[in-house]
Design a protein around this ligand. Structure first.
Ligand SMILES: Nc1nc2c(ncn2[C@@H]2O[C@H](COP(=O)(O)OP(=O)(O)OP(=O)(O)O)[C@@H](O)[C@H]2O)c(=O)[nH]1
Ligand SMILES: [Mg+2]
Ligand SMILES: [Zn+2]
Ligand SMILES: [Zn+2]
Length: 388
């Protein structure tokens, strides 16, 4: 089974469909006509005019259009008619669900994480991260990189998927893994879907979100310490004023989002959940001052190109201690009851408190932003764990 990375419908490989190439140059093919499925999925009216989609009995890399006999290698999802990237069909995909209440820092996390994976962390892991489709390139530039890195402006709240359809970001992550005799490469397609906190607020989540959570191979929860009532005392002065804005919004309660998403995952798996869950305190820069100098979280991670298991345990323990100290221990207890495999993290995407609507003058200096992903890569057997 593969999962369409756009509409998250599960499909058997022999159900992959093709799109006719139509007419190009002197080669005649089918006429373009309105593609209702694609139009409906993207919420665009009138639907885009494209050559038709067809199915064949045994889909391989290419198939012959039954109407015009042209051969096509454009594979599409039979359900939403989105083009399936070739790499996605060839490599096992991992869908990472990123969830958290409104304003928790999800979009900023994605923006900075991808930047880091393409630069500093990519170098450390001997890995490349390339977009699998043009929409991913466009969307990353337009919605994430340009505002944050180009204009140094904070990202705007993510629009509900109901009003503006949003494509997930689909990347091929490839690592060169050194071996005793020769090195090998291992690839993984990473599907990141930036949910709007607004959509997770709904008691009745949309079909798309249900399918998305149903298809997830891992989940990252972001918890905003500014909105944890017990954390107030640990925040820097400015943060205390900025925090607590969602205090009267019961559906945006940090714990409540965790519970609602977990209940949905449970419908799928029943019993204790096997899906790895990374739970991260975001915006850790807002409380660093008040934390002990020697603490694990305060220390930068050593770039050793592997998961440092000792460091992992130390951070996990410290975040657990913080949650309990902040009377948010129930989040930890709940996760322990629900998930077989969960880990606690602390991170900062920006690395410094923003100034008004712009990032701090010191620039974007992420802190431990890659930690949850390194742990997941370790779980997906794409990264070694070491004791030191
Ligand atoms: N101090 C600090 N603030 C952050 C950091 N990341 C995000 N923020 C702040 O949190 C705000 C919300 O961040 P977003 O990434 O838009 O949050 P979101 O979870 O995507 O929010 P929705 O799209 O509404 O669900 C930003 O405008 C920043 O003010 C960080 O690393 N440090
Ligand atoms: Mg957002
Ligand atoms: Zn689809
Ligand atoms: Zn045709």
């Amino acid at each position: 089974m593969i999962t369409c990375p756009y509409c998250f419908t599960k499909l058997a490989p022999n159900r992959i469909a093709f799109r006719c190439l139509g007419t190009s140059g002197k080669t005649k093919g089918c006429e373009a006509k309105p593609d209702q499925e694609l139009g409906d999925f993207r919420g665009v009216a009138p639907p885009p005019a494209l050559p038709p989609v067809f199915s064949v009995r045994k889909p391989g890399r290419r198939a012959t259009c039954p109407t015009c006999s042209r051969e096509s290698g454009v594979r599409v999802c039979p359900s939403c008619h989105s083009r399936l990237p070739a790499e996605y069909c060839a490599n096992p995909g991992k869908i990472v669900a990123l969830v958290g209440a409104k304003h928790a820092g999800k979009s900023t996390f994605i923006a900075v994480l991808i930047h880091e994976l393409m630069n500093r962390v990519g170098e450390e892991l001997n890995a490349s991260l390339v977009a699998c489709d043009d929409r991913t390139i466009e969307r990353y530039k337009q919605d994430f990189a340009r505002p944050l890195y180009g204009e140094r402006k904070l990202l705007v709240a993510t629009q509900s998927a109901g009003t503006t359809p949003r494509d997930p970001l689909v990347y091929l992550f490839t690592r060169t893994i050194p071996g005793r005799l020769r090195s090998r490469t291992a690839s993984l397609t990473l599907v990141l879907f930036d949910t709007a906190g607004e959509d997770l607020r709904q008691r009745e989540m949309s079909e798309l979100h249900l399918r998305y959570l149903d298809a997830a191979d891992a989940v990252i929860f972001l918890l905003d310490p500014l909105e944890l009532p017990g954390a107030q005392a640990a925040l820097s002065g400015g943060a205390r004023e900025r925090g607590g804005t969602l205090a009267n919004d019961l559906l945006s309660d940090q714990m409540d989002v965790v519970v609602r998403v977990t209940e949905l995952l449970r419908k799928r798996d029943g019993g204790r959940l096997a899906i790895p869950a990374a739970v991260a305190l975001s915006k850790i820069d807002e409380l660093r001052e008040s934390m002990e100098r020697q603490s694990a979280l305060h220390r930068a991670r050593d770039p050793i190109g592997a998961l440092d298991l000792d460091d992992r345990e130390a951070v996990d323990e410290q975040v657990r201690a913080l949650l309990h100290q902040w009377q948010a221990g129930q989040i930890d207890r709940y996760l322990g009851q629900q998930y077989n495999d969960y880990a606690l993290f602390g991170l900062s995407a920006l690395g410094a408190v923003p100034e008004g609507e712009t990032v701090a003058r010191s620039g974007i200096r992420p802190y431990r932003i890659e930690d949850p992903l390194l742990w997941l890569l370790y779980r997906f057997k794409m990264l070694n764990g070491v004791r030191r």
